[in-house]
Design a protein around this ligand. Structure first.
Ligand code: ADP
Ligand code: MG
Length: 336
């Protein structure tokens, strides 16, 4: 049975999410009031999630709720910010209890994990669309911008790359080439344990919030990898007016990716292609000035980040495989 808007807000959203002392006035008034710590700047980002574009039509509501907040948290991580508050604009054709409960479960999982409060929103009827605006703070002047990279910096990435790309190829049943160069449908061949890992990585990315918060004093630029490494690192290069060399044999590949290569489900070239160009991994890519690299080497090693290249004075992105030129086929996702 459809629920009335007012009841719905009270039942699902008001007092259902983490409480924070810096929320002076939360859900229930015309607007929310929040307190920033002294000498800090407000960091704001918004992302919209549309059915059929950002997630397939049959996606379970829990995964939609999770990922809508995950991608926003990832943006704040890439700024080196501490996430604190978010708003939710929800449009759905049918506001029904099972859907809303599952959606909130996914959303709440991450909200609790990072202690972010839901402070307001809007609820309307229409084609399913979710817009989350996230807010947080950073010590004045300490935010990590795309424009801070300099000649000689090391280029680093968190986690592993390309996993979500495999997840998407599985979900869309995109034909790929196997280790022998024959075309086939990966979804029909890959063992379920491996396939499940890739699908999980696509549906439930881990925003690198804790690391992002620690990078402020270490890195000089950062971005989160939503559209693919080449495309997103490209933004850093453009904004910083520099070039880069990436050593593709150093791109971090998951154990699942390595096993799939080893068993011939796809080639190493194909895996590198995904790691370079596929979107949706939500790992961080950041640059570290040479003088910081040595100083922070133990810390960076302890965070499982990998150095994958260097910034140079040029104006393009060059990829090398064991010192030989490597040509990039596709450069990531663009909406327009
Ligand atoms: P208004 O007409 O002033 O915009 P609404 O009736 O839309 O107020 O919302 C009432 C309160 O509920 C507001 O505080 C608003 O921020 C909050 N709210 C509405 N929809 C949501 C939602 N989807 N998630 C969180 N808070 C919401
Ligand atoms: Mg409203």
């Amino acid at each position: 049975m459809p629920i009335k808007e007012f009841d719905l807000i009270n039942y699902f959203f008001r007092n259902q999410f983490p409480h924070r002392d810096d929320v002076i006035l939360g859900i229930g008034d015309d607007a929310a009031l929040c307190q920033l710590p002294e000498h800090h700047q407000l960091v704001v980002s918004v992302d919209t999630f549309n059915e059929g574009i950002h997630f397939p039509h049959n996606t379970i509501p829990e995964a939609i709720g999770y990922k809508a907040l995950a991608v926003n948290l990832s943006d704040l991580a890439a700024m080196g910010a501490t996430p604190t508050w978010f708003t939710l604009a929800l449009t759905h054709s049918q506001m029904e209890e099972p859907w809303l409960s599952a959606f909130c479960k996914g959303l709440k999982h991450l909200a609790k994990m990072y202690h972010v409060a839901l402070i307001g929103g809007d609820t309307t009827r229409g084609t399913l669309s979710i817009t989350i605006q996230i807010m947080g703070h950073v010590a004045a002047g300490k935010a990590l911008r795309r424009s801070g990279a300099r000649n000689g910096d090391g280029i680093y990435v968190t986690g592993t790359l390309g996993d979500a790309g495999v997840g998407l190829a599985l979900a869309l049943e995109t034909p790929i080439k196997n280790g022998q160069g024959e075309k086939f449908n990966l979804a029909q061949h890959l063992p379920t344990t491996l396939a499940d890992y890739f699908k999980q990585r696509l549906a439930y990315p881990s925003p690198r919030v804790e690391l992002g918060m620690k990078l402020g004093d270490i890195a000089n630029s950062a971005i989160d990898i939503s559209d693919g490494l080449v495309a997103d690192l490209g933004h850093i290069l453009e904004e910083s007016n520099v070039g880069a060399t990436i050593w593709v044999e150093r791109l971090p590949l998951s154990l699942a990716m390595q096993s799939a290569i080893q068993y011939g489900y796809f080639s190493e070239q194909q895996a590198i292609q995904w790691a370079l160009s596929a979107g949706d991994d939500y790992e961080l890519c950041f640059t570290v000035p040479a003088e910081h690299e040595l100083l922070y080497a133990p810390f960076l090693a302890s965070q499982g980040v990998r150095k994958i290249g260097v910034i140079n004075e040029g104006n393009c992105l060059e990829c090398k495989y064991k010192q030989q030129p490597w040509f990039i086929e596709k450069t990531g996702f663009q909406h327009f």
